[in-house]
Each structure stands twice: as C-alpha cells, then as structure tokens.
Write a protein that binds this ligand. Structure first.
Ligand code: AMP
Length: 183
C-alpha cells in the first residue's frame, strides 16, 4: 500500500523476486490490456487517463483470475490493490474460499510534496499518460478519499498495517521492508 509514487512498483518487484513469488500489479495488468487494446483495456483507459479508479467489479474480476493461476499457489504479492474498502472485502472473500489469509499489509509512507515531485518527474521519464500535474493531483485526492480508508480497514483487522518509511535509496527502503517482514 501507499500513495501513488510511493515506490510500490519498484519495491514490490524486488520483494517478489526476493521471495520468488509473483507480483500482481493491477495497474500493470490494466496498462498491458490497454496496449493490446482488449475490451478490458478500452474500458479502463478513460478512468486511468482521468486519474479515477477503475470500477471495483472489473478489478475484482482481474484479481480472481490471476489468483487462480497455478503460480499463485505458493503465495503472491499485491501491488496497487486493494484500493477501496469494497476491494479489500472482495479480496478477503476470495482468500477465505481457499482458507488463505494475508501475511502482512505493508504501507510505504512518503510526504505529499515528495510524491508530487516524484510523479511529475516520472511523467517525462516513463511517458505515463496519467502523470501530468492535473491528473497527479486527482490521483492523490482519489487516494485520500478511497484508498486511505483501506488502511483503516486493515488496522482494525487481525493482520494490521506495517508502516515503512518510503524515503531514501531503493536499497535502503528494500532493506527496511525485508526487515519488517522477518520481524
Ligand atoms: P498504478 O499503476 O497502480 O498507479 O495504477 C494506475 C491506474 O490504474 C490508477 O490510477 C487507476 O486508474 C487504475 N488502477 C490500478 N489499480 C487499481 C485498483 N486496484 N482499483 C481501481 N483502479 C486501479
């Protein structure tokens, strides 16, 4: 978990490699669908370009599908999901069906000023269509309105939330995450 630009993708990729498990990034899955102009991609595009969330039913459909792949059997890491309380409840239902539970909810913390500067810098480097200033602002609002409550949801659940300082070098942040997971 963490606001847009917190480093979830970078850190999630490294953690997944470290544990030898798949990383399921709903953002990456949607971008791939958009590139290959599938029906899913076309539906998702207008939400993504506006910095809005793709509807919960669409996201839960994707998640259920990837979680049923054989590679998911040994565990997996979710990146950018769940982003609403409804998605968190949906995930809990899907996990409960297989008698599974989350091992940890990691939350990368980074200040708003740093986020805006990281994201607008990324726009030029990665060419993401949702990294212009106006869309970045909207994504941050959407995060506060719809995703921050997910942290509350997990804080009140048995798994809890593990906050990890998301500032510093990539290696420093990765070391912190691994340390918190082994604690
Ligand atoms: P990300 O790469 O995780 O920042 O996601 C980019 C965009 O994809 C978001 O701004 C949303 O429009 C959409 N998206 C990704 N994951 C989700 C999700 N779990 N729920 C709703 N929309 C999502």
């Amino acid at each position: 978990m963490g606001p847009p630009g917190a480093g979830k993708g970078t850190q999630g990729e490294l953690l997944a490699q470290h544990f030898g498990i798949p990383r399921y990034s709903t953002g990456d899955i949607l971008r791939d669908a958009r590139r290959s102009t599938t029906e899913l991609g076309l539906e998702a595009q207008r939400y993504m370009d506006a910095g809005e969330l793709v509807p919960d039913a669409v996201i839960l459909g994707i998640v259920e599908q990837v979680m049923s792949e054989p590679e998911a059997a040994g565990g997996f890491l979710c990146d950018g999901f769940p982003r609403t309380v409804a998605q968190a409840r949906g995930l809990a239902e899907v996990l409960a069906r297989d008698d599974l539970a989350l091992d940890a909810v990691l939350n990368l913390t980074v200040g708003v000023g740093e986020i805006v500067s990281r994201l607008t810098r990324r726009a030029g480097l990665e060419g993401r269509t949702d990294d212009d200033l106006q869309t970045v602002r909207r994504r941050l609002e959407v995060y506060e309105e719809q995703t921050a409550p997910v942290l509350e949801y997990y804080r009140e659940s048995p798994v809890g939330v593990t906050n990890v300082d998301g500032t510093g070098t990539v290696d420093e942040i990765q070391a912190r995450l691994r340390e918190r997971l082994s604690a």
